[in-house]
Design a protein around this ligand. Structure first.
Ligand SMILES: [Ca+2]
Length: 169
C-alpha cells in the first residue's frame, strides 16, 4: 500500500514536471513560429542600378532605412532576380515599395512574379492593378531556385523602381 502511494506520488510528480515544461516549452515551439523569408540574404541581381542602390539592399531585411532599397534606372521594363541557393517550394511573395518622408508611396502597378525553369522565365502571377505599398501575393506552390519580379509599369511618380524589400515564402 505504501509502495503504491509512493509510486503514485512519483508519477504525479513527473506529470507535474511534464506539464510545467509543457506550459513553458510548447508556446515558444508551436505558437507564432516565424515564417522563413527565403529571400533574406540571398544573391540578388537586377536589370539596372541607380547610384549605390544595389539589388542586395532589397533582400537585407530592412524595410525602413532609405538607403536600404533597390533603385532601377528610369524606364521600363525592369527586374530584380533572386537566387535562393537551392530549389525551394514557394507560395508567397511580398513587396515593399518606397515611401518618402511625406508618406508618398512610389508603387508599381503592373508586374509579373516569375520563376526560372530550364533557363526560361515562367510567369506565376501577373499583377496588373496594384495600389498597395506592401502587397502580399499568394499562389499555388511552385518549386524553384530563381525568382524574378518583372516590372512593367508604375504610377507616374514611379518612373523607376524603388523597392525597399522583396520577401519570398
Ligand atoms: Ca531593404
Amino acid at each position: 500500500m505504501r509502495n503504491t502511494k509512493g509510486k503514485t506520488a512519483i508519477v504525479l510528480f513527473l506529470l507535474a514536471i511534464l506539464s510545467i515544461q509543457g506550459c513553458v516549452y510548447i508556446p515558444t515551439e508551436v505558437v507564432e513560429k516565424p515564417k522563413v523569408n527565403l529571400a533574406l540574404g540571398a544573391a540578388a541581381t537586377a536589370s539596372s542600378v541607380y547610384l549605390h542602390f544595389t539589388p542586395d539592399r532589397a533582400v537585407d531585411g530592412d524595410k525602413e532605412d532609405q538607403n536600404s532599397r533597390w533603385l532601377s534606372e528610369p524606364g521600363y521594363p525592369q527586374w530584380i532576380s533572386v537566387d535562393l541557393g537551392q530549389r525551394e517550394t514557394i507560395h508567397m511573395v511580398a513587396l515593399y515599395f518606397f515611401v518618402n518622408e511625406h508618406g508618398f508611396v512610389y508603387y508599381n502597378t503592373e508586374y509579373e512574379i516569375q520563376y526560372s525553369e530550364e533557363g526560361t522565365w515562367k510567369t506565376i502571377l501577373h499583377v496588373e492593378d496594384n495600389q498597395l505599398q506592401a502587397p502580399v501575393h499568394s499562389f499555388p506552390p511552385v518549386v524553384a531556385q530563381q525568382i524574378r519580379i518583372l516590372f512593367h509599369k508604375g504610377i507616374p511618380q514611379a518612373d523607376l523602381v524603388r523597392l525597399y524589400e522583396l520577401e519570398i515564402y
